[in-house]
Design a protein around this ligand. Structure first.
Ligand code: GLV
Length: 306
């Protein structure tokens, strides 16, 4: 039984080391020349060439190497085998800490103090207490709901929005556009955790973003194309939105000429809020693979989004 590894060439050494450590009895080969397709029974992929997974006649299951599955949604040539999403608590923790960092940054106006320091200027502003600082998490899937819980644990007043109603302790969880717009009026930080698909493309455009409380902030940890960049920049430039921390972009790497790079109120990070960790990820995949061979199906099945 052979496992195909195709993480778009990224960190293959670390992935192979993790496979050798946690799945020592399985043979893994890297995507590339010299594969005999009939040998492949499982595929671990991230941004694989579309249609490629149909080339393996004995393929039994596919494992995504990231939590987002938009790279699979875009492939119209997927084989008819179970597909496993990667839901790694270590990654969700990482993303929650990233979000907490920027939430505190905005709550305590650290950007302003950094500018003041450059001018040797001493001036203190009132800081809202965490329970008076309102955070709205948009998208309450495995990652969004974890982020919301970590924010609650740290004292913030957290609301959450999802397409279908969710019940999460300590979080004012709502669904429906009217509820979203109503809560946005008092939201200090809007955290985007929505997956990118046809129905969320540019979902955060002028209508929703202008509904955010004046002086509010945006954090995006999901996919860049959920935000309409022009609308966000327009609202920041007109002073309605005070700032944004963006980890993801419609085009990555973010092009050199993007206005985000030089914008004084925008913080850019290179899609690092929750990178897949090969060591923790392979432990999860190894367990799911063994379960699958005993006909136990994954807790988070992949469903192609509209
Ligand atoms: C990264 O963006 C992922 O989806 O895992």
């Amino acid at each position: 039984m052979t496992i195909l590894l195709n993480n778009d060439g990224f960190w293959h050494e670390q992935w192979l080391a993790a496979m050798a450590k946690h799945m020592p009895d399985r043979k893994t080969i890297e995507y590339g020349d010299g594969i005999s397709p009939a040998e492949i029974e499982y595929a671990l992929v991230w941004k694989h060439p579309h249609g490629d997974l149909k080339n393996y006649p004995n393929l039994k299951a596919v494992f995504s190497l990231g939590s987002g599955v938009d790279h699979l949604d875009r492939d119209n040539g997927l084989p008819d085998v179970p597909i496993f999403r990667l839901i790694d608590p270590a990654m969700a923790d990482d993303m929650a800490l990233y979000t907490l960092y920027w939430t505190i940054h905005f709550q305590r106006q650290f950007g302003l103090y950094a500018q003041q320091q450059k001018k040797s200027y001493w001036h203190r502003y009132p800081t809202p207490l965490a329970p008076d600082f309102n955070v709205m998490v948009l998208g309450l899937g495995a990652i969004g709901s974890h982020i919301a819980r970590v924010l609650v644990k740290n004292g913030f007043n957290v609301s959450g929005w999802s397409r279908s109603p969710k019940d999460i302790a300590g979080i004012n969880a709502v669904s429906g556009k009217d509820s979203l717009m109503q809560i946005l009026e008092t939201t200090d930080v809007l955290v985007c955790c929505l997956p990118h698909n046809k129905s969320t493309h540019h979902y955060l455009g002028h209508e929703i973003l202008s509904g955010l409380k004046k002086g509010g902030h945006v954090i995006n940890v999901s996919r860049g194309a959920v935000i309409n960049d022009e609308d966000l920049l327009g609202l920041i430039d007109r002073g309605h939105i005070a700032g944004a921390a963006l980890d993801v972009f419609g085009t990555e790497p973010l092009p050199k000429n993007s206005p985000y790079w030089q914008h004084p109120n925008v913080y850019v990070t290179p899609h690092m809020s929750g990178a897949t960790n090969p060591d923790t990820a392979v432990q999860i995949i190894a367990k799911e693979l063994v379960d699958f061979e005993k006909s136990i199906m994954p807790p988070y099945p992949y469903r192609r989004e509209a």
